[in-house]
Design a protein around this ligand. Structure first.
Ligand SMILES: [Zn+2]
Length: 298
């Protein structure tokens, strides 16, 4: 027999009268279940103070971490998606875009910017997973292509921070073309001798893994990030075998030779700075005579 029995029926408490801890005061780690204050969690760059689980963050947070004093100039901030296929699923694609823009404050699933990282100029594109699963449509591909062009024009290193469920199905073939476009632009960047660092964060999958995310001069990742092409369930069904432990984690992918290193978010800025200072000398320093051809942003 239960200790408590609800005698009256039909008792409803409106949401606003429910007594709960206010949102956003405490953070419960999904990995170790440890609880810390949200302020502490943010101060720790959204990594768990107890187990170092790296929480998903977006372009706003990565730009704040990497650019000096959070100062940067955003590129192509207002590029938004068309609806080339008149696509309708549970709602028409343009409505989905507008609703997502409203709820996230973002224009699409990637933002590009340039600025200084420990005094070194750099161009960075960073994906946002909360915009339709960080899916790569024509806007994502175009913004990345333009950011690479910006890096070429200003002769600065390029960094890509990926976080994506793959191609955007609402743009079908147009999404897939972005793989070729971004890869071709990266080839031009490479020909011009400019470094490309690709960072894979949780999760990086599908067409993004199969194109720009794995084409870095350095492919790096955050601890514990899910990295793969198809999801584990699909692979398991295809090969008809159980998958090894830790399959598709950044650590597993590193062990199998697809990554150069895994970097803790708290050390990211310094590690990137050290890496770039080793491999890249800005032309102005290397050959002062050639400086006339550089840097004039349009
Ligand atoms: Zn934890």
């Amino acid at each position: 027999m239960p200790w408590f029995k609800r005698v009256e029926k039909g008792i409803h408490t409106p949401t606003e009268e429910k007594k709960e801890t206010p949102d956003g005061l405490w953070y419960k780690c999904p990995s170790c279940k440890g609880v810390t204050s949200m302020a502490e969690h943010r101060k720790n760059l959204s990594t768990c103070v107890k187990c170092n689980h790296h929480d998903r963050v977006g372009s706003k947070e990565y730009f704040a971490i990497l650019f000096d004093d959070n100062e940067f100039t955003e590129l192509d901030a207002n590029l938004t998606s068309g609806d080339p296929l008149d696509f309708v699923d549970s709602k028409p694609y343009p409505n989905r875009i507008v609703a997502t823009q409203k709820s996230t404050g973002l224009k699409d699933a990637v933002r590009s910017a340039y600025g200084k990282m420990n005094g070194q100029e750099i161009t960075i594109s960073c994906m946002d997973f909360n915009f339709i699963g960080g899916s790569m449509g024509s806007v994502v591909g175009e913004k990345i292509a333009r950011a690479i062009d910006h890096a070429r024009k200003t002769r600065t290193p390029f960094m890509m921070i990926s976080k994506s469920g793959g191609a955007r199905m609402m743009e079908a073939g147009f999404s897939l073309m972005q793989m070729a476009k971004t890869s071709a632009k990266l080839a031009l960047l490479s020909e011009e001798g400019l470094p490309y660092i690709s960072m894979l964060t949780d999760p990086t999958t599908g067409g993004v893994t199969a194109s720009y995310a794995m084409l870095g001069d350095f492919n790096i990742a955050e601890p514990g990030a899910l990295i793969g092409f198809a999801g584990p369930r699909v692979i398991k069904e295809t090969i008809g075998k159980d998958l090894p432990k830790g399959f598709q984690s950044a650590e597993f992918v590193l062990e199998h030779g697809f990554l150069d290193f895994i970097v803790d978010r708290k050390e990211l800025k310094q590690k990137l700075t050290d890496l770039l200072s080793m491999i890249y000398i800005k032309e102005a320093e290397a050959a002062p005579a050639k400086t006339s051809k550089t840097t004039k942003a349009s």
